[in-house]
Write a protein that binds this ligand. Sequence first.
Ligand code: NAD
Length: 302
Amino acid sequence: MKSVAFIGLGNMGSPMVLNLLETGHQVTVFDVNEAAYAPLTDAGAKTAGSALEAARDVDAVITMLPNDKIVGELYLGENGLLAQLRSKPLLIDCSTVSAEIVRRIYAAALEGGIAFMDAPVSGGVMGARAGTLSFMVGGDKSAVDDASPMLYSMGSRIFHAGPSGAGQTAKMCNNMLAAILMAGTAEALALGSRNGLDANALTEIINHSTGRNFMTEKWNPWPGVLPDVPSSHGYQGGFQVALMCKDLGLAICNAQLHGSSVPLGSLVRSLLLLFQGQSAEVAKLDLSSIQRFYAPWMEEVR
Ligand code: NAD
């Protein structure tokens, strides 16, 4: 059993905390949004008044935050963990951010004799709830070994991708591909629907043909095809359009920095930005809501 500070209790962080508690860890939580606390304190979590307070005297700190700016400030800021912590907990960042920011944090942590690893996840909200996330880890092997029991409380696979930043690089590649698959799936289902095909029937055919993919099988964007996915619940929960725009932005920046070309990733980001421009609510909808952009005529099951 370990004592853990968990910072960032959103769609992903909250179910991850519940799984840590379920497997016997002591968890102190912090989020700028206090509304996130209730289900976690009911399950046995303690709360803290700040990230720093949560992180004092624990074995490990896990962060699950939106972007580079917030993660950078939390670890590297004047009042951040590395400047202020007197203890040396194992630091694990599970957020999806750039390889560059996690390498900066790793270097600063190393100077202070603290182990830091990037451990972004795949599996989405459903994987976070089920405790079946995959962790893509960058950092020193000894830190990965120390973190493994905690990570296995929240996930079922740990991939040590390489040194600091390697986890984020793997995650960036995976998410760019996921975004392309989602846009392609929505495009195909819209085309079929325009031609009078039923989305359920078309999905069934694709799932037995060469177009089968994770989106047609497990994260279908057409409402009512699968019962327990965001498309069948008004595109609520899941993985926000805004977060995928951020992830594709990371891929595009990285490609520029290292001389790669990501034409499909760039195109899908442009599609998502156009879609986001339609209304303020779109940014918070699940990625699969891109189906609305392709097929505004569809009838939604809510
Ligand atoms: P979210 O927006 O639901 O949650 C983020 C949480 O961080 C919010 O509760 C917010 O209040 C909190 N927060 C923001 N700034 C903070 C600060 N300074 N201190 C403490 N708390 C702060 O996002 P999410 O879907 O849980 O995603 C979190 C991270 O996980 C992102 O980097 C995302 O890209 C990644 N991710 C998400 C999914 C998914 O399916 N949702 C899947 C894999 C990875």
